[in-house]
Write a protein that binds this ligand. Structure first.
Ligand SMILES: [Zn+2]
Length: 98
């Protein structure tokens, strides 16, 4: 069995870990785009943003509402579709426009 190709970590656990790294930075006051939608709409005070119900990280209000709606429909946005994780993956020619 050759599994050398299988090094793209896309398990939820791995993604959660990477997102968890963001929270201390957010709490330290680092201004960053919303990790979920990638827009610079975060309040500079972390606690004024929404806490994601999918990961231990702050997201913008719009994403917080979107998550609540999706939770009701039981159709959460997959973590791998979060802007932060997409941009981190990079190199794939992902567009920066949103
Ligand atoms: Zn957002």
């Amino acid at each position: 069995m050759d599994k050398s190709e299988f090094d793209f970590k896309d398990t939820g656990e791995e993604l959660l870990k990477r997102l968890a790294d963001l929270k201390p930075r957010q709490e330290a006051g680092e201004h960053m785009p919303c990790p979920r939608c990638g827009r610079y709409v975060m309040d500079e005070k972390p606690i004024r943003n929404a806490l994601s119900r999918c990961a231990d990280v702050f997201i913008c209000d719009a994403c917080g509402s979107d998550e609540a709606l999706r939770a009701m429909c039981q159709a959460p946005l997959p973590l791998r579709d979060w802007a932060y994780l997409i941009s981190e993956r990079g190199a794939g020619g992902a567009s920066d426009e949103l």
